[in-house]
Design a protein around this ligand. Structure first.
Ligand code: ADP
Ligand code: MG
Length: 280
């Protein structure tokens, strides 16, 4: 590949809303045959709304809202943005973001957690069985006890299903990869036409899935937007970040889709192939 053709391709990418880290990136796109897609914020809008609030027995819903909203106020996760609207935040001490699991901190003297039910259970909280009928359900706990749950949901981006179809037409097998629960993941997969759905994964699992696909001899592109996607994006043969996502995801990636639209991922694959064709 001549440097000039690759430079031209890079410039064309910018016009299409694709920021390319370096001219050599277009070359690695050529042989990609698998595309791993993060769910929340990548295939779906990431603009979540609260669909249910359930306080445990003896817990006031106002307290549940206050503690959860205050903790999530400091997180940029899509789930956090929805929960943060539930109350005016009070100050939080010792805030910690546990990427892919939840958040913790002390709110009004209460040591609190909001996050994945399985993660709360690992912290020694006795978590009751939870429904996934309302979407993504996170647990709220403080002072060592389960205090309730909050469910959130978003919707598939209008362009996602067509983009998945086109990626398949370009010879890429799409795989949906998410930390969310299986019921939500399969619903989204069905809506956009992805049969292979890997759910309930941790950020470390996301990385492992990419590495396993590579060890099967696949050349893997991954599209993601979150802190939880960064390690998998960095390990993939072609890391693609949503421009609407976190800085960590953008830094870990080779390409950034400025508008955060999967349709532009299709453009990126086409551009790379066209650029390399003119060079040969
Ligand atoms: P995805 O792969 O869909 O982008 P993540 O890996 O970011 O999802 O999160 C996986 C799960 O961890 C979420 O479905 C949720 O249960 C929990 N979680 C992550 N971040 C938060 C947060 N800030 N607040 C509550 N729960 C969270
Ligand atoms: Mg995401």
């Amino acid at each position: 590949a001549t440097p000039t053709a690759l430079m031209v391709g890079t410039g064309r990418g910018a016009q299409l809303g694709i920021l390319i880290k370096g001219p050599q990136v277009l070359e690695s796109t050529r042989t990609v045959n698998t595309i791993v897609l993060d769910k929340t914020g990548t295939v779906t809008t990431g603009r979540m709304g609260v669909t249910a609030i359930r306080a445990a027995d003896g817990v006031s819903e106002d307290d549940l809202r206050q503690v959860a909203a205050s903790l999530e106020h400091a997180s940029e996760h899509p789930i956090a943005r929805a929960i943060a609207t539930l109350a005016d935040p009070v100050s939080v001490e010792d805030f910690t973001n546990h990427a892919g699991f939840g958040v913790s901190g002390t709110v009004g003297g209460r040591a609190a957690l909001v996050g994945r039910p399985a993660w709360l259970a690992e912290q020694g909280i006795s978590v009751p069985p939870m429904t996934s009928a309302d979407g993504t359900t996170v647990g709220v706990a403080w002072d060592g006890a389960f205090r309730g749950s909050i469910s959130v949901a978003d919707s598939v981006k209008p362009t996602s299903a067509a983009a998945v179809r086109q990626l398949r037409n370009l010879g890429l097998e799409p795989i949906l990869l998410t930390g969310d629960n299986r019921a939500v993941a399969e619903t989204v997969g069905a809506e956009v036409g992805i049969q292979r759905v890997i759910a309930d994964v941790t950020p470390a699992d996301k990385l492992r899935v990419v590495q396993e696909l590579q060890s099967e001899g696949r050349v893997v592109a991954m599209v993601g937007d979150g802190v939880n996607d960064a390690a998998a994006l960095a390990a993939s043969d072609l890391g693609i970040a949503m421009g609407t996502g976190t800085d960590v995801a953008i830094q870990a990636s080779d390409l950034t889709l400025v508008k955060g639209d999967l349709a532009t991922a299709v453009d990126a694959v086409r551009l790379s192939r066209a650029t390399l064709r003119t060079i040969k």
